[in-house]
Write a protein that binds this ligand. Structure first.
Ligand SMILES: [Zn+2]
Ligand SMILES: [Zn+2]
Length: 317
């Protein structure tokens, strides 16, 4: 099959990559549409030491596996948990120490015509949700994870740092929870997407530190953390959403002095995201910048690497 393959040094479009097979516990999904995210680009910088087919945001249809699911349009939770360790038994399969993660850790991902995934990770997509919306389920689930981890009150003053794809989704989810949301970013055209929704925005150039109750760091850059720490009230909550391959070098003393609660936040459950897409509670279509066929996957990656680009998608069929 055709697939984009990262060997740890180079990314290539291969045309004879082995097509995965289904077994008792796995299904094969034929990928329809896949999204590129900042984590994929970090992988191409060495993040997680991953080798194989990247990609973890996609919608497809089951081509092999349990008979009742074949032909069903699905999205797929990306953490492949063992299902029986103490962490899994607590319902935290996304943190299973034995997990594989699609396109990130020991499992091929979705920048390919087919991908093999555990049957337990499949979620059927409601008919009313288009492929172009369903492909956002994974990053939107990561945004909804915020509401599982922190208690957001309608009176809360929330700052989201970063106007990238994840920042725009986090802002919408927090706004839908009733918080007063400010998004700080560098790109007027991206911030403008939030204005019809009633979400306030400010450009980095005009940014003055404020004392927010909650700050979500979603800049995807190492510099965002210092900015976040300046922007939070004593005893406020700092949520870290960026995954970067490099290390941070800054003093943590302000976190102690100001008694800040720090919350790391990664992946979320899919049902709240699918529900929000079904009832059109979030806007995702304007986040799509361009769709490339898989055969032009290298050009798609080059486009995604351009600073400030929005969502780049790969269409497989
Ligand atoms: Zn991602
Ligand atoms: Zn486990």
């Amino acid at each position: 099959m055709q697939a984009l393959v990262w060997d740890g040094q180079h990314l290539r479009l291969e045309t004879t990559y082995p097509t995965p097979q289904a077994d008792e516990t796995t299904a094969v999904v034929r990928v329809r549409l896949a999204g590129m995210c900042a984590t994929d680009l970090q992988i191409l910088q060495g993040y997680m030491g991953f080798k194989g087919v990247p990609g973890h945001e996609f919608v497809g249809e089951v081509s092999a596996g349990p008979a009742e699911l074949v032909g069903t349009r699905v999205v797929v939770e990306i953490n492949f948990a063992c299902g029986h360790c103490p962490v899994c038994i607590q319902g935290l399969g996304r943190h299973c120490p034995m997990r594989r993660v699609m396109g990130i850790l020991h499992a091929d991902g979705s920048f390919a015509e087919y991908v093999s995934v555990p049957v337990a990770n499949l979620h059927p997509v409601p008919d009313s949700v288009t492929d172009e919306a369903a492909v956002f389920t994974e990053p939107l689930a990561a945004a909804f994870e915020l509401l599982e981890q922190i208690h957001v009150q309608p009176s809360d003053d929330v700052v989201v740092l970063g106007d990238g794809k994840l920042g725009l989704l986090c802002a919408q989810v927090l706004h839908s929870a009733g918080a007063q949301v400010w998004v700080m970013g560098k790109h007027p055209h991206k911030l403008a997407l939030l204005h019809p929704l009633g979400i306030s925005t400010v450009l980095l150039a005009d940014w003055r530190p404020r004392l927010a109750d909650i700050v979500v760091e979603a800049t995807g850059s190492t510099g965002g953390l210092a900015l976040a720490m300046e922007s939070i009230r004593p005893r406020g909550t700092l949520v870290l959403k960026s995954t970067v391959a490099t290390t941070h070098a800054l003093s943590l003393a302000p976190l102690v002095i100001n008694e800040i609660t720090v919350v790391g936040s990664r992946c979320g459950r899919f049902p709240p995201a699918l529900h929000a897409l079904e009832y059109q509670r979030v806007m995702v279509a304007p986040l799509i910048e361009r769709v490339y066929p898989l055969a032009e996957g290298m050009a798609a990656v080059a486009h995604a690497l351009r600073p400030g680009s929005l969502k780049i998608l790969l269409r497989m069929f």
